[in-house]
Design a protein around this ligand. Sequence first.
Ligand code: ATP
Length: 200
Amino acid sequence: MKIIGLTGGIGSGKSTVAGLLAELGAVIIDADKIGHKVLDSDSKAREQVVASFGKRILNPDGSVDRSELGRIVFAEHKALSLLNGIMHSRIYLVVKAKIEQYRKQGARVVVIDAPLLIEASWAAMVDVVWVVTATKASIFKRLEKTGLSRDETMARIRSQLTESERIKMADVVVNNDCSLNELKLKVGMLWQGLQFDTCK
Ligand code: ATP
């Protein structure tokens, strides 16, 4: 089984690449979704988050208001480190368990879609690191449509590694400054290459 660690800056196109890989037959582990589940279902984690950031991050129904939490942590590096300290080890355990589950099920290619793969030192648990890149101009244009303001996008970009730092850690760079059709072709070619790597 081959494990791909798929990472990249905010809005670079990680989920889009993960979706294309899923269409080709890969199994996807989405670290962001796991993080959301942890916040929803792990009461200890939620308690620690509330103790760190206050009740203002809670919705009236007691669930975590992720937009508000995002506004707080992306405005201040210390706050982000604090949140990562609460969340990363918990997400890591779920990711590890899922990898083992998919291994037992005989999956050939597992993709861990994780924006902070490198920052969280998870590169050691994958066989290859794929980094998706896009220019800031493309990212702003694409994320505008999702409702994130330019300032919010900039705050997130500043909180992450730079593109060149990420590229240094990459085995494969997927340049997503192209159309979706071209991206699909690129991912298809990379997938073909993987089939040689994963044959038994
Ligand atoms: P996040 O960091 O927010 O999780 P991401 O890196 O997973 O983002 P995506 O969600 O895949 O990025 O892409 C961001 C937006 O850009 C989406 O609306 C997606 O449809 C669009 N997009 C991605 N790649 C392209 C492309 N090559 N051409 C046009 N739009 C694209």
